[in-house]
Write a protein that binds this ligand. Structure first.
Ligand code: CP
Length: 321
């Protein structure tokens, strides 16, 4: 596997889920694969879970790890070709990427959407430069439009906790004071469609996700109706994806707190598990009672980030042995 951004990049999903189960039972089973190899993790944006879990996964596989926080200690990087670099950016990605690549065998990149230029974000402008100019396998640690390591961890978590063969999984928008990217809901919708679940997406009008990710999944604008009989509730805020109205791309269209997930909505579910990728704003996205309930999976879900990253890095190492 040379790149990891979409579910299809992983190959057969059932095989990947079986590998995840095997790795969870023995996370050092493939420790020999990374010997004398180095993973470089490049962060353009903050992280807690991705930073820790990906380093742990790399070490499970015997890899050395270098972490670079681009905006804390490195030169500020220009990402656009043709810019006259007389501002505050001292180095261009076109030099920085091959230099970074000369010190590693695999590169992970976290680079969030700018939320001002839909075309630039949806062509994964920064991540694709790493893919094009590094000559190394590159994986997304959440890029402009996708967070596949999170979505794979979410699918592993649902597989572990489902009580019916094909559970009803509801992805619900929830309010947030800041404009957030669509990467998590995009990948969640994409990976749930690739998995064996009944996916329903619910959000206020105007928040329609890109068809590339949401495909033909059922969209229900009435949140209470969407929650009826659900086995898993996955909450997340996202800003306007600009699908129906491109000029609204990246904007906050709704602050309606009635969309906050509380016991009121959970009461109509099939005693659903609650999920969120974290970090989460309590009593904005979800009430204290719901996130603290015995049906909340937010901690095991985060812990499974180590497993999803170990699966992905193992498949990348297989390709460069
Ligand atoms: N869920 C997730 O990716 O968390 P971090 O932003 O803390 O890495």
């Amino acid at each position: 596997m040379q790149t990891f951004l979409y579910a299809k990049d992983l190959g057969n999903l059932s095989d990947a889920l079986a590998l995840a189960k095997e790795i969870k039972a023995n996370r050092y089973a493939y420790e020999h694969l990374g010997k004398r190899k180095t993973a470089l993790l490049v962060f353009f944006n903050n992280s807690l879970r991705t930073r820790l879990s990906t380093q742990k996964a790399a070490r499970n596989l015997g890899l050395d790890v270098i972490v670079l926080d681009v905006n804390q200690g490195a030169w500020k990087l220009e990402t656009e070709r043709g810019v006259i670099m007389d501002g505050d950016k001292s180095e261009h990605l076109l030099e920085a990427i091959p230099v970074m690549a000369s010190f590693c065998d695999i590169i992970g990149v976290r680079t969030f959407a700018g939320l001002t230029n839909r075309q630039e974000d949806y062509t994964e402008h920064v991540l694709n430069q790493f893919i094009r100019y590094s000559g190394k396998p590159v994986f997304s640690m959440e890029s402009a439009t996708a967070h596949p390591l999170q979505a794979l961890a979410d699918l592993i978590t649902i597989e572990e906790h489902k009580e019916t063969k094909r559970p009803k999984v509801v992805l619900t928008w929830a309010p947030h004071p800041k404009a957030l990217p669509q990467a998590v809901p995009n990948s969640f919708a994409e990976w749930m469609r690739a998995g064996d679940v009944d996916l329903v997406v619910t959000h206020p009008e105007g928040y329609e996700l890109d068809p590339l990710f949401v495909g033909d999944a059922r969209v229900e604008y009435d949140q209470m109706k969407a929650f009826e009989g659900a086995d898993f509730i996955y909450a997340k805020n996202w800003s306007c994806p600009g699908v129906t109205c491109p000029e609204n791309y990246g904007k906050i269209l709704c602050q309606d707190r009635s969309w906050t997930v509380t016991e009121r909505q959970m009461a109509v579910t099939n005693d659903a598990h609650f999920m969120h990728c974290l970090p989460v704003r309590r009593n904005v996205i979800v009430s204290d009672n719901v996130i603290e309930s015995p049906r909340s999976l937010v901690i095991p879900e985060a812990a499974n980030r180590e497993i999803s990253a170990t699966v992905v890095l193992k498949k990348m190492l297989d390709a460069i042995q």
